[in-house]
Ligand binder design. Structure first.
Ligand SMILES: *[C@@H]1O[C@H](CO)[C@@H](O)[C@H](O)[C@H]1NC(C)=O
Ligand SMILES: *[C@@H]1O[C@H](CO)[C@@H](O)[C@H](O)[C@H]1NC(C)=O
Ligand SMILES: *[C@@H]1O[C@H](CO)[C@@H](O)[C@H](O)[C@H]1NC(C)=O
Ligand SMILES: *[C@@H]1O[C@H](CO)[C@@H](O)[C@H](O)[C@H]1NC(C)=O
Length: 349
């Protein structure tokens, strides 16, 4: 009896290994190039996800697809693992422009580079995002000093000079118009130019139910417009002294359904999220909603053993996917390597 049990187990083990794989489910990763249209489609969906889940700061544009890996998934579908190189645009997240229409910051303007590891599921021809892991960093002060020695210095968002400049600029804007009274939503970036000292700031604003005139008497009663009426704007200002301020704001059309709840509820009044204290930009690492890890775990659990082990590694470094657990391809001309990284859409940082 024992022998039979062992034999059955052995047969099961063998048959497990020998599960026939359809022609569309090879055990080894499918090789596609970074600039393949399919890679670009995956990247576009990931980018849209990253931008719509970004809670602070600016929208990001795709600069290049650095790496891509396509793994089979049981019982069907494929897992796409990409590493994306992004660049910050001048569009704040409250700006309704689609990111394709947003200008990437020029190299002389403290470029902020984003780096994201993303995982998507492709099922029946359509992609869904399983997880994203991003961070972003501004070009170093040394780099800027080389590229543009006279450029204004990138300054921490909680610097008192910055906060004062934003308050003065917004007060001037509100005083000079007869529309709604606007409150500060978030400081986006700040630079200080020396000799003469000019504080250059960018900030997002939100409309209240008061007129600018009402607000002079009872500013504390000025509340944000109801959710479905929320109206946002974005300002650029240069503050030399309190009597020498240039400020220009763009107030966006009311966008039905767009509330930026996180910003209006948690950070209104320019309160900086604690993670930004002392920092010069809104890091994508902190600015992001939590990733949808749940689905990613359950889907990878269904993948063949070798891949199940490979997938958690992927979260750290896409390059680590080439796993010893994945059977080597048959001897022959050798594995085809993907052509990566892909083309650079804007510039090399
Ligand atoms: C975005 O750019 C495209 C192509 O340049 C243009 O057709 C479209 O009108 C622009 N959209 C907006 C909202 O500006
Ligand atoms: C704005 O809304 C608040 C709260 O609803 C209300 O108390 C206040 O009177 C309103 N202000 C104006 C000018 O309508
Ligand atoms: C503000 O400062 C700039 C730069 O020094 C100067 O050119 C301009 O005349 C000043 N404007 C006012 C209104 O004082
Ligand atoms: C800005 O934040 C950093 C880090 O929390 C802190 O050390 C610094 O004192 C803050 N600066 C100001 C002007 O509040």
């Amino acid at each position: 009896m024992k022998g039979l049990g062992a034999l059955l187990l052995l047969v099961q083990l063998l048959s497990c290994k020998a599960v026939p794989l359809g022609p569309f489910h090879p055990l080894h990763p499918r090789v596609i190039d970074c600039d393949d249209p399919e890679s670009e489609e995956a990247a576009a969906i990931a980018l849209d996800y990253i931008n719509t889940h970004n809670l602070h700061g600016y929208k990001y544009a795709l600069n290049s697809i650095e790496k891509i890996k396509v793994l089979p998934r049981r019982p069907n579908g494929e897992i796409f693992v990409l590493e994306l190189d992004l660049l910050e645009t001048v569009c704040h997240i409250v700006n309704p422009l689609p990111v394709e229409n947003c200008t990437v910051r020029p190299l002389t303007d403290y470029v902020v580079e984003g780096d994201c590891d993303v995982k998507l599921l492709k099922l029946e021809g359509s992609f869904s995002v399983l997880s994203t892991k991003c961070h972003s960093a501004p070009d170093s002060a040394e780099d800027i000093a080389q590229k543009c020695p006279d450029c204004p210095i990138f300054t921490p968002l909680n610097d008192t000079r910055v906060i004062t400049a934003v308050d003065l600029a917004l007060a001037q804007y509100n005083g000079g118009q007869d529309g709604a009274y606007f409150k500060l939503l978030e400081i986006g970036r700040a630079q200080i130019q020396h000799f003469p000292d000019i504080v250059i700031v960018e900030f997002a604003v939100v409309a209240t139910n008061c007129s600018a005139k009402d607000a002079q008497d009872h500013v504390d009663d000025c509340q944000l417009l109801a959710k479905d009426l929320a109206q946002f704007g974005f300002c650029n200002a240069e503050v030399l002294t309190k009597n020498n301020i240039t400020v220009s704001c763009t107030i966006y059309e009311h966008q039905p359904g767009v509330t930026h709840h996180h910003l209006t509820q948690d950070h209104l009044g320019g309160q900086l999220p604690t993670v930004v204290q002392g920092f010069k930009h809104h890091d994508l690492r902190h600015s992001h909603h939590g990733s949808v890890h749940v689905t990613s775990e359950s889907s990878s659990a269904e993948a063949p053993v070798g891949l199940t082990q490979a997938i958690p590694v992927v979260k750290r470094d896409v390059g680590a996917v080439v796993d010893p657990a994945i059977p080597a391809p048959p001897v022959g001309p050798g594995p085809k390597l993907p052509v990566c990284p892909g083309r650079i859409r804007h510039f090399q940082v």
